[in-house]
Design a protein around this ligand. Structure first.
Ligand SMILES: Cc1cc2nc3c(=O)[nH]c(=O)nc-3n(C[C@H](O)[C@H](O)[C@H](O)COP(=O)(O)OP(=O)(O)OC[C@H]3O[C@@H](n4cnc5c(N)ncnc54)[C@H](O)[C@@H]3O)c2cc1C
Length: 565
């Protein structure tokens, strides 16, 4: 084998010299074939028979070129046109050795430099393999980035998202007229969407309807409270089909549940901020009444448009309000009603009122006494209703609580029982406790005088007792001497737990105070009979209608009457 390779090398040496680049080209190599049948016999090596070779004299193995001339001759033979291109030998080519041929065969597998484990050294840094590039890329990615670089994509994404939302809401609010962009619960200049969240028929012609602000939870962000005892107010509801509007008196109550047997609603007072945005109205259905028939016929979750508050009466300012002393709201349990704050003695007393109401005209009074911070004075209420069934039991209970804590005295007149308001039920007016700022100065002076008188009395007593202060003992002895009874408990040191205790132990009155202001509210005929009809037919919307009826007889004037019609 080694001999054969040596022969081949010596054979190809001259070709190498002449065609150094092409010497290992497959074309040259494959064009030279050797007969491998007799490997050790050089004489048996002869070119394959060819067209040209057959014409020439045979070349024996022993005839291999020994001199340069012979080499050239041989080359001439295999490269007769002497061009730089190596052409296909025309003569017979010796057969190639089988082992050599297997080495020269095209490899079965594609060469892959990655699999090359041979160590190679380079003068310059070698090009990076795909694997190295991949590792480098991963390493680059896992490198710690700056804080800004880290949050930059999130910031861009958030910015794009909010821009998208804004654009969408801007475009849709322009195109969708029903879209409610208002955050408030009510607006006096705009109808806002509400839904009928509960409906209950009280009797033949009275309905309780609970209204809830659409998307109520989203509208509570402003902590808006609709009810406050400082005003009597109504809402306007729109009938969109025939475009008419009617007023109704909202009450600060909502439906907390229903009785499984009677289906009557369990009403709760609206007092917490999360209960806002709901209220109830009581609607009387008239046979010919366009609006009342429509609204009482609506189903649950039907949308309605509501505007308000429309202020019907605003209570004038009082020095007690200046000190932000609020009267606690009623509660669903008598014992839960908080006691009234102690009003400073030197300030004028709160005003007392009388209320004459009939039918749905009793509702403004109920709104007032169920609201937070109701009027601080006492109210004598004369309410005329057709039937006892017109009034929900839960209203009667709340009214009873208000009575038990000394805020109101109710007188009911039930029409179907033949009970009616008469002249003897009309109270006489008294002067108001507070008419203006001069009253404060006057009451402060009175208070100073009162304190001085008390001090003088105390000094006198001390002198009479030889300088020994024995006031407590003396007062008890004095009481005992006067009444011949067990001395009374000094309750001034006790603090009441609730309004009921406060009124019944500390403040119980023998007589009810006289009112200085009267409210009248009811149907036309009732108004005419009690106070004369109101007349608001002027730009200022001031009631200029002359006072008449029963109230005029008792000395009431336009200055101390409010007619709600
Ligand atoms: C400030 C204010 C608050 C109000 N609050 C309430 C409330 O809480 N609940 C309530 O039910 N109503 C309330 N009303 C009355 C209400 O606004 C409507 O007038 C009433 O519902 C009738 O409207 P209607 O369209 O059905 O009747 P309309 O079509 O206006 O009248 C049709 C017929 O119904 C009868 N009618 C209408 N109103 C009366 C009436 N007051 N007395 C007697 N007969 C009448 C008459 O026969 C009349 O001809 C209030 C009104 C005002 C001004």
């Amino acid at each position: 084998m080694s001999l054969r390779i040596r022969n081949l090398q010596s054979f190809l040496r001259p070709i190498n010299r002449r065609f150094p680049q092409a010497v290992w080209s497959s074309r040259v190599v494959t064009s030279i074939r050797y007969n491998s049948s007799t490997p050790n016999n050089n004489s048996s090596r002869r070119p394959n028979s060819g067209e040209e070779g057959s014409n020439k004299k045979d070349t024996k193995d022993s005839d291999l070129p020994a001199t340069n001339d012979e080499h050239n001759e041989l080359l001439e033979k295999y490269n007769p046109d002497k061009s730089s291109r190596v052409g296909t030998p025309k003569g017979a080519i010796p057969a190639i050795d089988h082992d050599l041929a297997s080495l020269l065969k095209k490899p079965k597998y594609e060469y892959n430099p990655e699999n090359n484990t041979n160590e190679v050294t380079y003068e310059f840094p070698p090009p990076k393999s795909p694997k190295q590039l991949k590792v480098e890329k991963i390493r680059e990615k896992s490198k710690p980035k700056s804080r800004f670089k880290k949050i930059a994509p999130s910031l861009i994404a958030a910015g794009l998202a909010s821009w998208g939302i804004f654009t969408y809401s801007y475009l849709t609010s322009k195109t969708d007229p029903d879209k409610d962009g208002e955050t408030g619960l009510l607006r006096p200049d705009k109808f806002l969407p509400y839904v009928i969240s509960f409906k209950h028929q009280i009797d033949d012609d009275h309905y309780l309807i609970e209204l809830t602000r659409k998307n109520r939870h989203k509208k509570l962000i402003n902590n808006e409270t609709l009810f406050n005892g400082k005003t009597m107010w109504s809402i306007e509801i729109k009938q969109p089909d025939i475009n008419i509007v009617r007023n109704y008196t909202p009450l600060p109550l909502y439906v907390a549940g229903t009785d499984p047997v009677t289906k009557e609603p369990h009403l709760r007072l609206v007092s917490e901020s999360e209960e806002q945005g709901k209220f109830i109205i009581i609607v009387k259905k008239y046979k010919q009444g366009e609006f009342s028939r429509w609204i009482t016929g609506l189903n649950l979750l039907h949308p309605v448009e509501v505007r308000g508050p429309i202020v019907e009466h605003k209570f004038p300012g009082h020095p007690l309000d200046k000190f932000y002393i609020k009267r606690p709201q009623l509660a669903n349990l008598l014992s839960k009603i908080k006691p009234d704050p102690e009003y400073p003695e030197k300030l004028p007393k709160p005003e007392n009122y009388v209320y004459y109401g009939a039918g749905t005209g009793i509702l403004p009074l109920l709104q007032l006494i169920y609201s937070p911070n109701p009027p601080k004075g006492f109210i004598e209420a004369y309410l005329s209703i057709h039937s006892e069934s017109n009034l929900l039991d839960q209203f009667k209970t709340l009214n009873y609580f208000a009575e038990k804590i000394g805020r109101v005295k109710f007188h009911y007149f039930i029409g179907e029982k033949g009970e009616h308001l008469s002249s003897k039920d009309i109270l006489k007016p008294t002067l108001p406790n507070f008419t203006g700022l001069s009253d404060i100065k006057l009451s402060e002076e009175q208070y100073r005088e009162k304190l001085l008188a008390e001090k003088r009395e105390e000094v006198k007593r001390q002198i009479a007792n030889g300088g020994i202060s024995n006031e407590g003992k003396k007062s008890i002895t004095h009481e005992e001497e006067e009444n011949h009874t067990i001395p009374k408990l000094d309750v001034s040191k006790f603090k009441p737990d609730n309004a009921f205790q406060q009124f019944n132990i500390f403040k119980k009155r023998k007589t009810t105070p006289d009112p200085s202001f009267a409210f009248v509210c009811g149907p036309e005929g009732y108004m005419a009979d009690v106070s004369g009809k109101s007349d608001l037919n002027n730009l200022e919307m001031v009631d200029n209608g002359p006072i008449g009826g029963k109230l005029k007889e008792k000395g009431w004037t336009l200055q101390n009457i409010k007619r709600l019609q």
